[in-house]
Design a protein around this ligand. Structure first.
Ligand SMILES: N[C@@H](CCC(=O)N[C@@H](CS)C(=O)NCC(=O)O)C(=O)O
Length: 280
């Protein structure tokens, strides 16, 4: 699909041509637009539509498709794959991850959404053997790798994909009959083991962050804002100026961060900005 050469022979005011342009745009197909002079038709047009000699003509890898309605149908059939492969890409992984990462309401919402996504895909499959029809195609290739992740999503989400989407699950089994698939997909139990590992890591990272957050909140109860600098357990907060002063005072002898120590000499206040404005 990515290496497809798509050319549209067209003429800008043509409503028939516009049909083709809209359909191509809807499917996100990249194509070369060739404006025809209908008073002096190109050889390419005459060769591509020898009977009617009319635009629009769609050339797909050199093959001409004539008649705007034919073109729209052709576009719809040929590039529907891209739409569904994009759908798989954007939905399945992201939503599935939310199932195992989250708890409570977010977890429930992800699970509900995931089941809906599966149902939409099942609706597209209808009674077909594969998403591409009789043969295993592009959408099948993009979706089937998640087949071995389904067990993890089901286990973490506590639902049965078989009960929710029996046709889709039958499709998974059908795909598994293909050697290319069965040899590539790992055992779903191994994937589940891996998900448990990820989950543990995620939870401990989250725990670490929440401990950090707790430290920030208890160290700086007024503003609850970062940054808070903690030196040997002592929280240093407020303005950047104070922080810089603290650094400069504490690590004297190293390069100063503050340009001059003038306000410190005026009564020893450490609040630089306020001191200068009050004494004015
Ligand atoms: N039924 C055709 C109609 C296309 C058509 O009428 N095209 C006109 C331009 S809008 C054309 O190429 N006219 C040139 C001619 O008839 O010589 C379609 O749907 O594609």
């Amino acid at each position: 699909m990515a290496n497809d050469k798509v050319v549209l022979l067209d003429f800008w005011p043509s409503a028939f041509g516009m049909r083709a342009r809209i359909a191509l745009a809807e499917k996100g197909v990249q194509y070369e637009y060739k404006e025809e002079n209908l008073l002096d038709k190109s050889d390419l047009l005459l060769k591509s539509n020898p009977i009617h000699k009319k635009i629009p003509v769609l050339l797909h890898n050199g093959k001409p498709i004539c008649e705007s309605l034919n073109i729209v149908l052709y576009i719809d059939e040929t590039w529907s794959d891209k739409f569904w492969a994009d759908y798989v890409d954007k939905k399945i992984y992201e939503c599935g991850t939310r199932i195992w990462k989250n708890k409570g309401e977010a977890h429930e919402a992800a699970k509900k959404e995931f089941i809906e996504i599966l149902k939409v895909l099942e609706g597209e499959l209808v009674e077909k053997r594969f998403f591409g029809g009789e043969t295993f195609g592009f959408v099948d290739v993009s979706l089937i790798p998640f087949g071995c992740w389904f067990y993890s999503y089901e286990t973490c989400g506590n639902f049965s994909a078989e009960e929710e989407c029996p046709k889709l699950m039958a499709w998974v089994k059908r795909c598994m009959e293909k050697e290319s698939v069965s040899k590539t997909l790992p055992n779903p139990l191994k994937i589940y083991e891996f998900v448990c590992f990820l989950k543990k890591r995620y939870v401990s990272k989250f725990h670490h962050l929440s401990t950090k957050l707790h430290l920030i909140l208890t160290s700086k109860p007024v503003h609850h804002k970062i940054p808070v600098f903690i030196h040997n357990g002592k929280p240093i907060s407020e303005s950047l100026i104070i922080n810089f002063q603290y650094f400069d005072e504490t690590w004297r002898g190293t390069s100063p961060l503050m340009p001059a120590q003038r306000p410190l000499q005026q009564g020893g206040s450490h609040v630089l900005g306020r001191q200068t404005s009050l004494t004015r």
